[in-house]
Design a protein around this ligand. Structure first.
Ligand code: UDP
Length: 553
């Protein structure tokens, strides 16, 4: 005990001296506040002012050094939601000399990741905005390891899914509220501030109606690696792993796990399926499979993931619970049901997820088109879709409308009214959509990593020309295979050649199976042609173009 304390004392003096002498040091990535993550030595937090503090000394560093542009609008986004004005991060500045007059700082020895959770009450937001971005931010900076400390600055309580945040590291995450307990001045020895947005695929409609992000940078591979890591932490085993563990095919438990089944994810308070039992029976009958229901109200999250990770199909009303489709095995189907007057094409966070390349899920949506099958709740509070507070005219307009027009987030009363309807699901029409959808079920090949390898550049590309007559000429282009091809098994290798007459702004594209070709059509004598060549694997894996060839006939 004394040993530990004195050790801590020594560290404390070293740390205090380092802070006083060197001040705070900050080095960031990113050109703009929206793509920035900063690493700090000795970033402090004053719990009375509820502000982070940067201490200036002769050796402090602040890169980027933005001057007052640091406030236009902020240094960085503290959540993964882009440029949201409630999620900005900044700090106050003080000279290190001011420390003499301040409360003694308490030092946090752990490498810390400081971030805002965006909406920890909603499961979709928990995964999309917080868990995935934090997981991959931690992968980006290797000292954010299993021992890292997470600090959530959005100011909310733990929320219903705090256990999921606990899976990110072995240390208990801290909430803003708890920072007070560490004293008036707290200094993080080493910290990272901000979250990577690389894994997010959806924008919620703050500036334009909601939809997939414009430039999605994540693939199913990264989502599935994250899912696997989380499942490991939850002690969940998948069928594949059970097989690897050498259990025989006769093994009862394994048989049980291998048996195909459908999961209906049920909501028990809002946006209900009113005839859930009937739907379950119809699904069982149609697909000759067991149907299992799960709900967040009745099961632990790990037990839900265990069930979903072995399912062939997940059926649910539109809603946050559908984020659990990221735990489905490859090849499974996601069936999303939409209430009356809600256009499935306009609310696609789960469709976008299921359709990420390499996610290998089959997505099908169904919408209730029969007004008599919807149950509305006009008298509920506005946040659950009530419209009683609106002008009579407006209420009537909403009630008469057959589709919610495009709108921005988050308090559009017509949207809330429609999305919180309960639905009597029309069984024949759901089965029809499923039969139709399953017909086109894509066959996802067992994902061999080789099937996503892109060709390298073709090598030694060259051209030879000859003039036949005053208006006929030939252009022969040849090249060698890309270097990586000789180590790969590729089903189909083709080459694309673009030929452009110098000075023209159009070009002729050709797809060729061989490594040389003599062009004579449209080739003129005494003309310069620009020629590009690239390799294509399996029809759609494009390689880079080799350096342009200048070919004079
Ligand atoms: N939720 C639930 N059962 C319900 C209603 C909601 O489990 O009957 C969960 C839902 O999955 C989400 C949170 O409660 O995690 C908030 O639900 P809300 O309807 O506000 O959001 P949405 O599902 O539309 O994203």
């Amino acid at each position: 005990q004394t040993q530990e304390l004195s050790q801590a004392r020594i560290d404390y003096h070293v740390a205090l001296q380092a802070l006083q002498e060197h001040g705070t040091r900050m080095v960031c990535t990113g050109k703009m506040h929206t793509d920035r993550i900063c690493r700090f030595d000795y970033l402090c937090y004053g719990s009375e002012a509820e502000e982070f503090v940067f201490f200036h000394s002769n050796s402090s560093v602040m890169l980027p050094n933005l001057g007052s542009r640091r406030f236009q609008p902020a240094l960085l986004d503290l959540s993964s939601v882009e440029d949201h004005n409630t999620q900005y991060f900044n700090f106050l500045e003080l000279p290190a000399a001011a420390l003499k007059f301040m409360p003694k700082p308490v030092f946090v020895p752990d490498v810390t990741l400081i971030l805002n959770r965006f909406n920890p009450d909603n499961l979709m937001h928990v995964f999309h905005d917080d868990l995935l971005p934090a997981f991959y931010t931690m992968k980006q900076y290797s000292d954010l390891d299993d021992e890292a400390r997470l600090v959530f600055m959005e100011g909310w309580g733990e929320g219903p899914h705090f256990d999921l945040y606990r899976l990110l590291s072995s240390k208990q995450p801290l909430l803003k509220e708890q920072l007070k307990n560490f004293g008036k001045l707290m200094c993080f020895t080493k910290s990272y501030v901000g979250l990577s947005k690389m894994t997010t695929w959806y924008q919620y409609g703050f500036v334009q109606p909601q939809g997939p992000k414009a430039n999605i940078l994540v693939s199913g591979n990264e989502i599935r690696q994250f899912a696997r890591a989380l499942m490991e932490k939850m002690n969940i085993t998948t069928v594949e792993e059970a097989e690897k563990d050498g259990g025989s095919a006769e093994d009862e438990k394994e048989k049980e796990m291998k048996d195909d089944y459908i999961v209906v994810f049920s909501r028990s308070t809002t946006r209900l399926i009113l005839n859930e039992a009937e739907l379950i029976m119809a699904l069982a009958q149609e697909f000759q499979m067991r149907v299992v229901t799960v709900s967040l109200e009745e099961q632990t999250f790990p037990s839900i993931v265990q069930v979903i990770s072995g399912a062939s199909m997940l059926v649910s009303m539109h809603g946050a619970q559908l984020i659990t489709s990221l735990f489905l095995p490859r090849g499974a189907a996601v069936v999303e049901l939409y209430p009356f007057a809600v256009n499935p094409e306009q609310y696609t966070p789960y469709k976008t997820l299921a359709s990420l390349p390499g996610m290998d899920l089959h997505y099908i949506s169904w919408r209730n088109t029969k007004e008599e099958n919807t149950v509305t709740h006009p008298d509920r509070p506005w946040e659950q879709g009530g419209i009683a507070h609106l002008e009579k005219d407006e209420q009537e307009r909403i009630l008469a409308s057959k589709e919610v027009p495009r709108h921005l987030c988050c308090r559009n009363p017509e949207w809330l009214f429609r999305i919180y309807q309960d639905t009597l699901v029309d069984i024949p029409s759901v089965l029809e959509v499923l039969r139709e959808g399953m017909k086109t079920k894509p066959s996802f090949k067992k994902s061999r990593p080789a099937s996503t390898v892109h060709p390298g550049r073709v090598r030694e590309a060259q051209c030879q020309t000859s003039v036949q007559t005053t208006n006929e000429a030939k252009l022969t282009v040849s090249w060698q295979i890309p270097w990586n091809l000789k180590y790969l098994k590729v089903r189909e290798v083709k080459y694309e050649v673009w030929i452009q007459e110098q000075g023209e702004n159009t070009y002729m594209p050709y797809i060729l199976p061989q490594q040389n070709y003599t062009f004579s059509e449209n080739i003129k004598p005494f003309t310069t042609y620009l020629v590009w060549v690239r390799c294509i694997f399996n029809k759609n894996l494009l390689g880079p173009f080799a350096d342009v060839l200048m070919c004079r006939t």
